[in-house]
Structure formats: structure tokens, C-alpha cells
Design a protein around this ligand. Structure first.
Ligand code: CDT
Length: 360
């Protein structure tokens, strides 16, 4: 298998506050795009809800809530609050994936909370296609619908503000990232041993909490994903949300554990699906007192961390990935077609919660 190499960039963002002007955020993102461009990156990933503070920690209603959402009218590149990012991506000919709070319209039939249709979304702009070729809407929404009773608790109101994503886990091919790929015109065969891993790169998107669910990764693994993109906003200290135990008796220890669980999830997902992953945080202390973990990482298909953020500020990770390294795992230990036993997996799609065996 010849190498399939290109340079990717993961753009970690530092804190964004309730009162940070959008123009400041866009300027910061464009600085990171400048760096990515100067290092020859062909793809840049920004985090979940990259443009604003992580607003689901606060209780808002009506217009106060609506102001956090982008109305993309079906084309995120035209949304005024994001347009400068996609314009820069077009200028630099760099693929760009951005997380944002999406308002997909209004109508009484939609949504449990407001009459607006809200998703926690990620758009992938392809420079070669000069358009958004994939949109993903976060499936696993953590937290609660009602705010926590303890006044000082950090809320996570994603279940209140968003609907669960309705686009599934659809992998997609990104054109123009690699030369000499097999295409429909160059190769009549498809999905044969000799053509696997020879087309344009196969990508998938996860958003934050999704990365903790092996089912989500496996949906992409089953489509041959070679690169998973994942942005996140993970609170470093929120006992109501994360639970606690005697070993986590300080915010420092809770944060260390949150970083460990982040790395555990993304290295496991990459290894067990034999794919690269770029994982980027929105980090730092937002709104004066809400700490988010950093820990942005690029992970290879063996589960090794090959690049890792050193700060909790705006920081760019750059790495040349080689998609041919996915073939070892996909062809041996995780050759799904040889080893998976779907007759034993029915519970995975028939049952949501735990059903314990009967008492003895
Ligand atoms: N944004 C987001 O999904 N955050 C959650 C918070 C922790 S729930 C264990 C996350 O999974 O990182």
C-alpha cells in the first residue's frame, strides 16, 4: 500500500466568554488558519460550539437563547457569523470543519423546548468542492433538561436546548486531499480487497460526548473511516454532571480524571476502528469561573497520541498523517468481515438501558 500522506491541523481554542465579541473570536480563528496554511495543512478542525462561550452551562430563554445560534439557511458558508472562516478556507484552499449551534428553522412541530429547531452541529467545508460536503448533528446530548437545584452547580442544558442529531453517523469522502485516488471513473471495482483504502479519504465526525460511545465510533469504522474529527467542550469540574467519589476530592483531581477519560475514549476509538482522529478542545476558564479541559490530541490508528496540546489557550496542532497506516488494523485484528459476530450483538440495538439478570 503506497503512503497516503497529508498534513492536518487541530485548532484548539482558549476561553470565549459571554461578552467576547464575535469579531474577536473570528480574528483568533483566522490567526490559527494562517498558521495552518503556513505549515502546509490541507485540513483544519475547530472545536464544538467554536464561536461562542459554551452557553449550555447557563439558563437562557427567548431571544437571550436564540442569540447563540447560527441560522445557516442550509449553507453554513453564508451564515454571517461564520462566513469569514469559510472565506479564508476558500482563499487558502484548506478544508475546514467548524462546530456551531445551528438553528434549522422554526415551527411548533419541532423541539420540546422552543419552537425553534436547534442542533449542536459541525460543518465540513471542502476546498476542492468549494462547498460544505458534510454536516453532522451531535447525537449524544449530555446533561439535563432542567437546571440543577444547587445554585452554584454548573449546568449542562444540552438536552433542553438541542434536539438529538437526525443525520446519523454518515462517513463521507473528502476530495482533493490526496493525489491519484481511485474514483468511479478510474476503477469499476469498489469495495474489493484490492480497492480498499485507495479512494479519497473517508472521514467521520463526532461531537464531544459522542466520543465516549464506542457505538458511534463503530458506525464510522463500519464505513471504513480513516480519519475521525472530534471537537469538544468538556467541563473540568462539575460534580452534578460527572459524579464524584472520595478519590476526586479536589477540582485538580477531577480535572486530571476528565483529561484521562478524554484520552482513554479517543485512543480506544481510534485503535478499535483503525483510524486516525483529530480531537480539539475549547479550553480554559470561561465566563470567569467555568473551567474546560484542554488536552487536544491527534491519535494514530494504533491508538498512539502523536501530537498533544501543551496549553489551554488558542493552539494549533499540526501533523502529517498517513492513511495507509490504517490498513494494518483494518486487515488483521479489526478485520470486521472476518471477526465480528453480529448474531451476538442484538442487544446493542434492541435495548437502551441496563437490564440486569434475574436475582438468584
Ligand atoms: N459538550 C459535552 O458534550 N460535554 C460533555 C461533558 C461531560 S459528560 C461526561 C462531555 O462528554 O465531554
Amino acid at each position: 500500500m503506497p503512503p497516503r500522506r497529508f498534513v492536518v491541523a487541530g485548532a484548539q481554542l482558549g476561553a470565549i466568554h459571554e461578552d467576547t465579541p464575535r469579531s474577536d473570536v473570528l480574528d483568533r480563528m483566522i490567526v490559527l488558519m494562517d498558521q495552518a496554511h503556513s505549515k502546509g495543512a490541507k485540513l483544519i478542525l475547530f472545536p464544538e460550539i467554536a464561536l461562542t462561550t459554551f452557553f449550555p452551562r447557563h439558563m437562557y430563554e427567548g431571544e437571550e437563547l436564540e442569540k447563540w445560534f447560527e441560522r445557516d439557511e442550509g449553507d453554513p458558508t453564508k451564515s454571517p457569523g461564520m462566513k469569514p472562516i469559510f472565506d479564508k478556507a476558500r482563499e487558502y484552499k484548506i478544508d475546514c470543519s467548524v462546530g456551531y449551534a445551528e438553528c434549522a428553522g422554526s415551527g411548533p412541530e419541532h423541539g420540546a423546548y422552543t419552537d425553534h429547531v436547534h442542533y449542536n452541529s459541525q460543518a465540513y467545508y471542502s476546498a476542492a468542492a468549494d462547498k460544505v460536503i458534510s454536516k453532522y448533528r451531535k447525537v449524544h446530548l449530555p446533561g439535563t433538561f432542567e437546571p440543577y437545584e444547587r445554585k452554584e452547580a454548573t449546568n449542562q442544558l444540552e438536552k433542553r436546548y438541542f434536539l438529538p442529531g437526525n443525520l446519523g453517523f454518515e462517513a463521507f469522502r473528502a476530495p482533493g486531499l490526496l493525489p491519484d485516488t481511485f474514483t468511479k471513473t478510474s476503477s469499476e471495482a469498489h469495495n474489493k480487497p484490492e480497492t480498499l483504502g485507495r479512494g479519497d479519504p473517508i472521514l467521520g465526525t463526532l461531537i464531544c460526548n459522542d466520543r465516549r460511545w464506542p457505538e458511534a465510533w463503530r458506525c464510522y469504522g463500519l464505513q471504513g473511516a480513516e480519519l475521525v474529527l472530534c471537537g469538544y467542550n468538556t467541563t473540568a469540574w462539575a460534580p452534578e454532571l460527572l459524579g464524584t467519589n472520595p478519590k476526586l476530592d479536589t477540582p485538580e483531581k477531577a480535572k486530571a480524571e476528565a483529561l484521562f477519560h478524554n484520552k482513554l475514549s479517543i485512543t480506544h476509538g481510534s485503535y478499535t476502528n483503525s483510524c486516525w482522529s483529530i480531537n480539539v478542545a475549547k479550553a480554559g476558564v470561561e465566563d470567569g469561573k467555568y473551567p474546560l479541559i484542554g488536552g487536544s490530541c491527534i491519535v494514530n490508528p494504533d491508538g498512539d497520541v502523536v501530537a498533544e496540546a501543551k496549553t489551554e489557550d488558542d493552539e494549533l496542532l499540526v501533523h502529517e498523517i498517513d492513511l495507509s497506516l490504517c490498513r494494518r488494523g483494518k486487515g488483521k485484528v479489526f478485520a470486521f468481515e472476518k471477526h465480528r459476530r453480529i448474531e451476538a450483538y442484538a442487544r446493542l440495538v434492541e435495548q437502551t438501558g441496563v437490564v440486569e439478570p434475574e436475582f438468584l
